[in-house]
Design a protein around this ligand. Sequence first.
Ligand SMILES: *Cc1c(COP(=O)(O)O)cnc(C)c1O
Length: 403
Amino acid sequence: MTRAAPSHLLPVFARADLSFESGEGAWLVGSDGGRYLDFTSGVAVNALGHCHPHLVAALQAQAAKLWHVSNLFKSPDGERLAARLCEQSFADFAFFANSGAEAVECAIKVVRRYHASKGHPERYRLVTFEGAFHGRTLAALAATGSKKYLDGYGPPTDGFDQVPIDDIEAVKKAVGPATAGILIEPLQGEGGVREPSHAFFRALRQFCDERGLLLAFDEVQTGMGRTGDLFAYRRIGVAPDVMSLAKALGGGFPIGACLATAEAASGMTPGSHGSTFGGNPLAVAAANAVLDVMLEPGFFERTRKMSLLLKQKLASVVDRHRDVLSEVRGEGLLIGLKAVVPSGDLVGALREEKLLTVGAGDNVVRLLPPLIVSEVEIEESVRRLERACAKLSGASAKKEAAQ
Ligand SMILES: *Cc1c(COP(=O)(O)O)cnc(C)c1O
């Protein structure tokens, strides 16, 4: 047996023993030559699949012109991207960052600074929610509140009060004179594809308005079409004051954004925030190209149609394999399969069938196909899921018989 060379990558990821050479649409070609159906989309990033011709052309053209100039200078393409995002949303301003966590950090800073600029620096706390995920920087991690991720990093950054989702009374109880706002995902992705009721979001909006609190939505995962509209809040019908975006914004090129209304952003003045790379020409070119495709008429209708088809087919698989799966959850193409077997076993069995998926909290497996996935690919994914379930039920039946 050949022994693998020791890795010099910091061992913070439990990586699957698999790597890839190339990708096209919903497919990845492994270094082993195998063709994998990619329902991870790089964790909700490659919304237009791999190597979308329009994205490749846009990035190649930009790469031959200008890579980086910093925010010392004007950014015409950044202006255009900001204007397009604002035109499509509740927002008046956009700040560009490089990741989801940075976009969330900006949202937290906007909320705190708003109250400080109104003469209330003592209002700095945010209410956040159990099962949330907001990223791995220290403040985003404190907002996430997960003990597992906070362990060993000293006292969590102060200023976050966590309550259960869908419990407006708990929110009201957690709000005090130091509260500045509320930060919530429209649908928890990492937390296990859990969606609070629309009534809860309406209640949050009303409560924020009554108490002068800012409402911030973390749409890093749900944004950019993932749940069947450009932003999940448009589907829910409740607009926030501040919103973070990242993941699919650049279609695979790193870029994040924090969007805000003029009122919410009224504390943000020159020098109050910044980023060296943020909104760099390559990132902005990628994001503008993503919007070109997503804003074509009928794009989200198609996503919703594929969502319905996939959910219907998944529901019938769940019916046939009650010993492996118990529930289909989610919106658009952010879909969760609640597993009966350990979710890691299911992800592994699916990988054996060359269908790539992502684990989540609450023993859920996430299916995150690219939004350009075809009907044929959905049918293929369901066949692979059937085979994996059959193997897993066979295995659990054998285990029972042996006991
Ligand atoms: C992935 C994610 C983040 C963190 O994004 P990074 O780019 O990994 O920093 C933050 N919030 C939500 C909702 C996410 O899904």
